[in-house]
Design a protein around this ligand. Structure first.
Ligand SMILES: [Zn+2]
Length: 639
C-alpha cells in the first residue's frame, strides 16, 4: 500500500450543499422523510406496518429501571427473527430482531441534517429519543432491546442470526454522527460503553465470535476515529480476522459439523482476506468490505486491501446492474454468480447500493480510482435515487430493471418485485438508510491529503477543505458543466474525475490526465471551468449476460433511462429502438425513434419478418419510474 496516496473524505460539517438537483433531495429528506420516519418509528402512520421501535426502547427502559431498583424483570423467549404474535405479552419485545437499528438510522439522518440545517425542534426530538435509548442500557453497557426486554441470560448467545452486533454498529454510527454534528456526548458515551463491553467480551482469549450481519467492523473504526481508543480498532480487526476461520465459531456454538456452503450468506465461508468473489447477502457483504477497507488502511494491511480490490473488481465488472444495483437474487437477498443479472428477477436492494457507495468511498481513501468512483456515481444517481418516491413518502426495497405488474401480483417468484413503492415496511431497513445516505451526500464528493484534493462527485457545494476553500457550481446532471472557485490555503494539486461515460471534455486550465483523473496545479485563487460532453448514448451489456443480448440501455450523463407503460403503452417487449435513433430531449425525458411490433396472440405460427410501425419512444430517468401508479417498466430495450 502506498501511504502517499492515502486521503480522507472532507467532513460533512465543512460542506454546505447548494446544488439544485441534490438540494431538492436533501430538502425532501429533511422536510418529509425524517418527520415521516419519526412518526413511523412511533407507530403513528395510518395503514403502514407497525414498527414498535420506539415502544421497545420504552419497555427496555422499564426493565433497566426495575433491575436497578432490585425488582424482578419478566423473562420472555428470545428465539426468533420476528416477534409479531398478536397475542404476545404486551411487555414483551415486538417486531424484528434488528428493530433498534431503525431508530439509530433515524438519529444518524437527523444528525447529518442538523449539521447542514440547524433545527431546534428536530434536535429536541433527537435528544428525547437519545434519552430513551440511554435509559435502555444495562449497567454493564449492553444495549439491545430484544435481549434487555426478553432475556438477559441469553445475551450474545446467537451471534449468527440475532443482530446485537449489527444494532451496536448502527448505534455507534449514529452516536459519532450526532457528536460530530451537535457536540453532544450522551449517545457517544453510551456507544463507547457498549463498545467497551464488546471489547471485554470478544477476543483471542475470550469469545471468538463475530456478527452474522456485519457492520460492527466499520462502526468500531468510526468510534476509533472519533475517540482515538485503539482497542476499538483492534476489535474491528479481530472480528474481520476471526470470520470464516475453521472450525467455524457458529458450528461450535450450534454443535454441528462444518459445511462451508452454510456461511456464504454471511461472508463467513472463508477468511475475508482470502475472499476474491462477492458472495452472500449483498448488504452484509458491502458492509463487511467497507470495514475491511477501513481496517486495511489504518493497520497498513496490504493483504486485506488486496482482497478488497478483488472484491470491488468482481462486483463492478461482473455483478453490478447498469443502474448500480447489486445482489441479483431474492434467494438470500444475495450476490449470485458472475454475469447473472436478470432484469425482472433482480433484487438490487436499495441498501446494497448504499453500502456499495460506503465501500467505494473507503477504497478511494486508500487510492484514487476513477473506475470505482464511476460505480458510486452509477449507484447514486440510479438505484439509490429510485429507492424513494418523488414525494419522499414511499420507498422501494427492491430495484428491478423490468416490471410487469401482473407478474408481481400472480407469480410468487416475482413477489419481491413491487410495481409501486411502499409506505413503510415492518422490516424498514431501506428508507432510513436512504435518509442517512442522502442527508450526508456531501461526504462522498471529496477526498484529500496534504498534496491533492480529489473531486469524485460533482455536487454543487461550498467546502472548507484542508487545501483550499472551494465553491462548486454544478450543472453536471443537466449539461455536464461544472465551475469551481478555488481559494487555496497552500499550493496543491486539484484532481477531477473524468466520468467514464464522457467522450469529450474540456477544462479552462492546463492539466495532466492520469488514470481517469485530470490533475491541476493550483497556486493562487482561480476559477476552473469544466465541461463534460453529455450526449445520449446507448449502452451494450456484455453478451455473457443472457437477459440483455440484442438489447441496449439508454443513458445520458450519469442518469440511466427506462421506458414506462404510461408513455409507451402496454407490452413494452414489443418495442424496439432504432440503431440510429435521433435522440431529442424533452425536459428531462428523451425521445427516440423506434418501432412497435404488431401484437400476435396466436401462440405459434410460421416465422415471418415482423410487422412493425414506426413510433417515438419516450424514456424517463430510471430513478423516476413508478411515480404514476402501477405500470410496466423496462430499462433494456430491443435494438
Ligand atoms: Zn434495505
Amino acid at each position: 500500500m502506498n501511504r502517499a496516496l492515502f486521503s480522507k473524505h472532507v467532513e460533512l460539517k465543512n460542506i454546505r450543499i447548494t446544488d439544485s438537483f441534490w438540494l431538492a433531495e436533501t430538502e425532501l429528506v429533511r422536510k418529509e422523510v425524517i418527520p415521516y420516519q419519526y412518526e413511523a418509528l412511533h407507530d403513528r402512520i395510518e395503514g403502514a406496518a407497525k414498527s414498535f421501535a420506539v415502544e421497545n426502547f420504552v419497555k427496555a427502559g422499564r426493565v433497566v429501571r426495575a433491575l436497578k431498583e432490585g425488582r424482578e424483570a419478566p423473562v420472555f423467549p428470545a428465539d426468533k427473527w420476528c416477534y409479531d404474535d398478536k397475542n404476545a405479552h404486551p411487555d414483551a419485545f415486538h417486531g424484528w430482531v434488528f428493530q433498534d437499528s431503525d431508530v439509530y438510522k433515524w438519529l444518524e439522518s437527523a444528525a447529518y441534517s442538523l449539521s447542514n440545517f440547524p433545527d431546534a425542534q428536530l434536535e429536541k426530538k433527537a435528544d428525547e429519543i437519545i434519552s430513551l435509548v440511554c435509559d435502555a442500557q444495562l449497567e454493564n453497557g449492553y444495549l439491545d432491546t430484544l435481549y434487555v426486554i426478553n432475556n438477559r441470560e441469553e445475551i450474545f448467545s446467537n451471534l449468527k442470526d440475532f443482530h446485537e452486533l449489527y444494532c451496536f454498529g448502527h448505534l455507534a454510527e449514529a452516536a459519532v454522527a450526532y457528536y460530530n454534528s451537535t457536540g453532544k456526548r450522551q449517545l457517544l458515551d453510551a456507544a463507547c460503553r457498549f463498545a467497551d463491553l464488546i471489547c471485554d467480551t470478544f477476543g483471542e482469549e475470550k469469545i471468538r465470535g463475530y456478527g452474522g450481519h456485519e457492520i460492527a467492523e466499520l462502526a468500531l473504526v468510526k468510534l476509533y476515529d472519533a475517540t482515538g481508543e485503539k482497542k476499538y480498532l483492534d476489535a474491528a480487526e479481530f472480528f474481520i480476522n476471526e470470520r470464516g476461520k475453521k472450525p467455524y465459531y457458529y458450528d461450535l456454538v450450534l454443535g454441528r459439523k462444518t459445511v462451508e456452503d452454510n456461511y456464504h450468506y454471511n461472508q463467513a465461508h472463508c477468511e475475508p482476506r482470502k475472499q476474491n468473489e462477492a458472495v452472500g447477502h449483498a448488504v452484509r457483504g458491502v458492509y463487511l468490505y467497507s470495514g475491511m477497507a477501513d481496517v486495511a488502511k489504518r493497520c497498513g494491511d496490504a493483504e486485506l486491501y488486496d482482497a478488497c480490490k478483488k472484491l470491488i473488481e468482481n462486483i463492478i465488472n461482473k455483478k453490478m446492474y447498469v443502474t448500480g444495483g447489486i445482489g441479483s437474487t431474492v434467494d438470500g437477498e444475495a450476490f449470485s454468480f458472475d454475469y447473472d443479472l436478470p432484469n425482472d428477477l433482480a433484487y438490487a436492494e436499495t441498501c446494497a447500493s448504499i453500502g456499495l457507495i460506503f465501500f467505494i468511498r473507503r477504497m478511494l481513501e486508500i487510492e484514487p480510482n476513477a473506475d470505482i468512483a464511476d460505480a458510486a456515481e452509477r449507484a447514486l444517481y440510479n438505484t439509490v435515487l429510485s429507492g424513494m418516491a418523488q414525494d419522499g413518502k414511499s420507498f422501494f426495497y427492491v430495484n428491478p430493471l423490468e416490471v410487469l405488474p401482473e407478474a408481481s401480483h400472480k407469480d410468487s417468484r416475482k413477489r419481491h418485485v413491487k410495481p409501486a413503492r411502499q409506505k413503510w415496511f415492518g422490516c424498514a431497513c431501506c428508507p432510513p438508510n436512504l435518509a442517512r445516505m442522502i442527508s450526508s451526500i456531501g461526504e462522498y464528493c471529496f477526498t484529500e491529503n496534504e498534496e491533492t484534493l480529489f473531486i469524485h462527485q460533482y455536487i454543487g457545494c461550498e467546502a472548507e477543505c484542508a487545501n483550499a476553500r472551494i465553491r462548486v457550481v454544478s450543472d453536471y446532471v443537466r449539461n455536464g458543466r461544472v465551475s469551481i472557485d478555488i481559494n487555496p490555503k497552500r499550493a496543491f494539486t486539484l484532481a477531477l474525475r473524468i466520468p467514464e461515460w464522457c467522450r469529450e471534455y474540456s477544462f479552462s486550465m492546463p492539466c495532466e490526465i492520469r488514470n481517469g483523473y485530470a490533475y491541476f496545479e493550483i497556486g493562487s485563487a482561480v476559477t476552473l471551468e469544466a465541461e463534460f460532453e453529455m450526449t445520449v448514448r446507448m449502452i451494450k451489456c456484455s453478451n455473457m449476460v443472457r437477459d440483455n443480448v440484442g438489447k441496449v440501455a439508454v443513458a445520458r450523463g450519469p442518469i440511466v433511462y427506462c421506458i414506462e407503460e404510461a408513455d409507451n403503452g402496454k407490452n413494452l417487449q414489443l418495442l424496439r429502438i432504432s440503431k440510429n435513433p435521433d435522440f431529442r430531449l424533452d425536459g428531462e425525458d428523451i425521445l427516440a425513434d423506434g418501432f412497435r411490433e404488431k401484437e400476435k396472440t396466436v401462440l405459434y405460427s410460421e416465422w415471418k419478418e415482423a410487422e412493425e410501425e414506426a413510433v417515438t419512444l419516450r424514456l424517463i430517468p430510471y430513478y423516476k419510474w413508478g411515480n404514476r401508479g402501477e405500470n410496466e417498466m423496462s430499462v433494456y430495450i430491443r435494438i
